[in-house]
Design a protein around this ligand. Structure first.
Ligand SMILES: [Zn+2]
Ligand SMILES: [Zn+2]
Length: 764
């Protein structure tokens, strides 16, 4: 054995997001620059292992460069270095074949990344080899999570494995200075996935350029199903009413807004306002759907987002999207996830042809398999705070870093709607992509598949499992089964406490007064909660105040038809019967439903609820804004839309009696003055009252308990009017305000709170 003088040998293990982001090529280049010998390789635990040998000064400079110059998409969570003397002497620096080593956990491959500017200019450049190739990508961009079958992130572990590289692509792939050096999604016209146009019956249409033809068909009013990276979209013209009407009928989606894909920022500005917070999100490599304020006049079909002042917009994120817009002059297209009602987004062509029969006139499909589904993410800027509505493509599976490190590994399954599961491992929380409403067999299966996939990727075996208090949720049943099978503890976490927990996890606070408002969650005594104020000392949580309980006449019917909520809240108002009769056409049963409601009230045949959503719904019905909830949050969203620019004319004082925040008098005031004041001002005043009263109750508790942070979560947290007013009241009281920005305030973020509180409750 010959010792080499003045030289060192270093073994470096890098965890974080280091595979699939051009990290090995980067390491190769800096190692060469500092004249080091050795190698770099991916490992099966998603860690990158580097071994270098050379002068000490060279290794020091290399280590500095590793941090300072890391590729934009890489994330270094920990870098462990072991130095020793040089004994054997390694050869020239090289990228080695991946190792099967799996000793670390928590490293993960990146989310999908939108096409980069270099690839985009190649796509559009007639002299480039990849000119007009719809799946052009490089080490800096392209799908990742949706193509990965397992780790390490090697081509053989992705859905690209069925496409052997052509000789030119292989040259790019093996050239250290090429942008596609070891880019696993590398492809071109000659060797990569192919694209084809199918008619409504799934029969191939003979066209030279399927994408250009697809664009022409869309512009002419046809509905197309497009296979993307993470699933199928349904696309249609955003200018014409007719295809949108057809989409609404076939998707059983009468009024729910459709998202748009706009040609670019400039095109977006023709129909929507864009703030700097929104612009940054639109343009980011995540390319989420961003909720924007519509311009007046809107310019696109009124059927895109009827009765709302907002519209969801994303920018193109694959070569295929850019080529589609290249073929047309439209500013934007409808682009919505293609799925059967309450089923996950469709990923297979045969399945699409079968399920979308009569909906899609044509199919634009490629022949690469989709490994993991991923719906588009949806974000809304509340003030300058980007707030996720749906956290999926572009975010999953990147973890959220916590301030605490937990020894217990907890899996949390969420509630019933908008489910995303969460795993806490050490000081990180990993959320799955958006799963959806877990009422069907298909979504329940998707949830379990996504959970096991993520477990495999990060090397996670739970030793505790968390779910909602609700015994009938699908997620509860799955959690119970896991707990039994693995013989691990099951933690049932109250719905709204979990929302508050998500704030504590995100903001690294141990003490918090949490305002949590949404539609429904089960309380400890089987009550219907939804407008709660909690005092939280870690996992020790006390419900200190709540909205006045109101009767839900007909329970689920009262959620669907808010006229029934009004009947309950204003049951003692002498003229309410006249109002009900006058509005009986807004109930499915018409006039005959009125005596039924009256009887139900007399016999106290209803359940009480402290839900904030139901109060907002009833104001929406009173003001004639919305009489039927055809999608989650519809009446409340329309109330907010109609209040824009309004003034608080009621100016009601916060009415709090003990632990009860009164709401009846506010609803009564809206009723009494609806002929005198404008709908806009009354809609605004009602929300202003809710914000004022909830803030007052929370501030009172914070001062009494000496807690300096007040947070706001739950689905109502997405209401800009209410959330911004609560923010102001809390700040004016000299307290710190927090809201969700890493996970949705709605049920899409509840699993983080469940996992966090369950972890706190485990003995450490
Ligand atoms: Zn690229
Ligand atoms: Zn090729």
């Amino acid at each position: 054995m010959t010792r080499v003088k003045n030289q060192l040998h270093a073994t470096i293990l890098v965890t974080g997001i280091v595979q699939g982001v051009g990290f090995r090529p980067f390491v190769y280049r800096i190692a060469k620059r500092h004249q080091l010998r050795g190698f770099v390789r991916n490992r099966a635990d998603a860690v990158v292992e580097i071994v270098v040998e050379g002068e000490k000064a060279g290794i020091d400079d290399f280590m500095q460069a590793l941090y300072k110059e890391k590729p934009p998409l890489a994330r270094l969570d920990s870098v462990r270095v072991d130095y020793s003397e040089v004994e054997v002497g390694l050869g020239d620096f090289a990228i080695q074949a991946s190792s099967r080593a799996r000793t670390e956990s928590g490293s993960v491959i990146p989310p999908d990344i939108a096409i980069c500017n270099d690839c985009l200019s190649e796509l559009m450049s007639p002299t480039d080899r990849r000119h007009r190739y719809f799946f052009v990508t490089c080490t800096n961009c392209g799908p990742r999570y949706t193509t990965i079958l397992g780790v390490p992130y090697d081509r053989s572990n992705t859905t690209m494995r069925q496409f052997p590289m052509c000789s030119q692509c292989r040259t790019d792939y093996t050239s250290p200075l090429d942008r596609r050096f070891h880019a696993q999604t590398i492809a071109c016209q000659d060797c990569g996935p192919d694209i084809a146009l199918l008619d409504g019956a799934g029969v191939m249409v003979d066209v030279k350029d399927p994408i250009t033809e697809a664009g022409r068909l869309l512009s002419s009013g046809k509905v197309l199903a497009l296979k993307g990276n993470g699933g199928f979209h349904l696309a249609a013209s955003a200018l014409r009413d007719e295809p949108i009407k057809r989409l609404r009928q076939s998707k059983d989606r009468r009024k729910k807004p459709f998202a748009l894909m706009a040609r670019g920022l400039e095109a977006t500005l023709t129909f929507a306002d864009v703030s700097s917070c929104e612009r940054e999100l639109l343009d980011s490599y995540i390319r989420p759907i961003v909720l924007l304020h519509k311009k007046e006049p809107f310019g696109l079909s009124g059927l895109v987002s009827p009765d709302l002042d907002s519209v969801g917009v994303m920018l193109p994120y694959t070569g295929m999207h850019y080529l589609l817009f290249d073929a047309i002059t439209d500013a934007a297209l409808i682009m919505t996830s293609a799925n059967a009602p309450n089923e996950p987004i469709i990923t297979e062509t045969q399945h699409a042809v079968q399920k979308l029969k009569g909906v899609a006139d044509y199919f634009l499909v490629h022949d690469r398999e989709i490994a993991q589904r991923a719906d588009d993410s949806v974000i809304r800027c509340l003030g300058d705070t980007p707030t996720p509505i749906r956290r999926s493509r572009g975010y999953a599976p990147a973890p959220i870093v916590l301030s605490k490190t937990f020894r217990t590994k907890t899996l949390a399954l969420g509630a019933e709607l908008n489910v995303a599961a969460c795993m806490i491992l050490g000081n990180k929380a990993y959320l799955t992509q958006h799963i959806g409403d877990t009422e069907t067999v298909e979504t329940a299966k998707f949830l379990q598949d996504a959970v096991s996939h993520l477990q495999r990727l990060i090397g996670f075996e739970p030793d505790s499992v968390a779910c909602d208090l609700h015994p009938k949720f699908t997620t509860t049943k799955i959690a119970e089964r896991i707990s039994k099978e693995l013989e691990i503890p099951l933690e049932r976490v109250q719905h709204h406490e979990a929302h508050a927990g998500s704030l504590m996890a995100e903001h690294e606070v141990e003490e918090l007064v949490g305002i949590v408002c949404d539609g429904f969650g089960l309380g400890y005594e089987n009550e219907a909660w939804g407008g709660e104020v909690f005092v939280c000392h870690g996992s020790d949580i006390r419900r200190s105040a709540h909205l006045e309980e109101q009767p839900m006449v007909g329970v689920d019917l009262a959620t669907r038809y808010p006229v029934r909520m009004v009947a309950g809240i204003l049951r003692d108002v002498p003229t309410i019967l006249d109002w009900l009769k006058h509005n009986s056409s807004k109930l499915p049963g018409g006039e005959v439903e009125i005596p039924i409601i009256v009887r139900q009230l007399e016999r106290k045949d209803f359940v009480w609820t402290s839900s904030c959503g139901r109060i907002l719904d009833s104001v929406a019905a009173l003001l004639g804004i919305c009489y039927e909830r055809t999608y989650e949050g519809e009446p409340a969203m329309k109330l907010e839309a109609h209040s824009r620019g309004g003034v608080d004319q009621l100016n009601l004082q916060a009415e709090i009696e003990g632990s009860v925040i009164r709401t009846s008098n506010m609803v009564r005031a809206v009723y009494d003055r609806k002929t005198e004041l404008s709908v806009r001002d009354l809609a605004f005043s009602a929300q202003a009252y809710m914000a004022r009263a909830l803030s007052a109750a929370a501030i009172r508790e914070a001062k009494a308990e000496g807690i300096s942070t007040v947070g706001f979560s739950g689905g109502v947290g997405l209401n800009e009017v209410i959330s911004q007013m609560i923010r102001k009241h809390v700040s004016d009281a000299g307290l710190q305000y927090v809201s969700n920005s890493a996970v949705p305030p709605g049920d899409g973020g509840i699993s983080l709170g469940q996992a966090y509180l369950a972890s706190l409750r485990q003995p450490s």
